[in-house]
Each structure stands twice: as structure tokens, then as C-alpha cells.
Design a protein around this ligand. Structure first.
Ligand code: SF4
Length: 121
């Protein structure tokens, strides 16, 4: 059996997870169905999101903050971080711009979360 603290709401239920002899997931201690869904996804298909930054060429600032448009499988975090590290964008950048579309076929876009004006000569 393993214990997890549910992060879905401030109640922070301690959820106990084990497997039956038939291989079924058994969940106890969750205060609601959302907690059951969260822990089931966490165990069967854990997903995470990323906030990082991308190099800006010709901008008033050298980097722009970015995030993913949706969570991705945990196993893809490091490969996607590598893609973000290799990326660059030309100024101007507007918050909401898609910097990398469908990064590594995860279905998530890398999106600018701030704006960077072009550098004046
Ligand atoms: S199991 Fe339900 S009530 Fe408990 S912390 Fe998670 S979301 Fe909140």
C-alpha cells in the first residue's frame, strides 16, 4: 500500500492506494470522486506542466517566460525541456504567442506568458 496526499483541494486527504490480487487499483481515504480520479490518473498516466523561458533575439529583454498550454506525460518533461532550451524567437513577442506548436507531438503548445518589445536601434 502507498499513501498520497491529494492536491486537488485544500482538504488534503490522505489517500491509500493498493492493488487487489486481481490487479485492480483499490483507493481509500479520498473524500470525494475528484480525489479518486486524481490519484488514478497520477498512478496510471501521470502528467505535469512546465514553466520556463526561451531566448529572444533582437528584443529589449533576452528571454521571455513560457508555459505549456496543457499538462504532458511526466516521461516527456525532460525531452520537452530540451526543446525549450534549444528554441529561440525573434522580437517582438506578445503574451499568448505560440513559440513551439505541438511540442514533440505531445499535443501541448509552448506559449509566451509575457511580452518582449523589439530593441530600438
Ligand atoms: S479527495 Fe476530494 S476532498 Fe479530499 S483533498 Fe482530494 S479533492 Fe479534496
Amino acid at each position: 500500500m502507498k499513501r498520497y496526499t491529494c492536491i486537488v483541494c485544500p482538504k488534503s486527504c490522505e489517500i491509500e492506494v493498493s492493488w487487489s490480487s486481481a490487479g485492480d487499483l483499490e483507493v481509500n481515504g479520498n473524500g470525494c470522486q475528484r480525489g479518486r480520479e486524481w490519484i488514478t490518473n497520477e498512478i496510471r498516466d501521470p502528467k505535469r506542466t512546465i514553466a520556463s523561458s526561451v531566448i529572444v533575439e533582437g528584443g529589449e529583454r533576452e528571454i521571455v517566460s513560457v508555459r505549456l498550454s496543457s499538462p504532458i506525460p511526466r516521461a516527456m518533461i525532460f525531452p520537452v525541456m530540451d526543446e525549450i532550451r534549444k528554441a529561440s524567437v525573434s522580437a517582438p513577442v506578445t503574451a499568448g504567442d505560440v513559440i513551439i506548436e505541438n511540442v514533440l507531438s505531445t499535443g501541448a503548445d509552448v506559449i509566451a506568458t509575457s511580452s518582449v518589445l523589439a530593441k530600438e536601434d
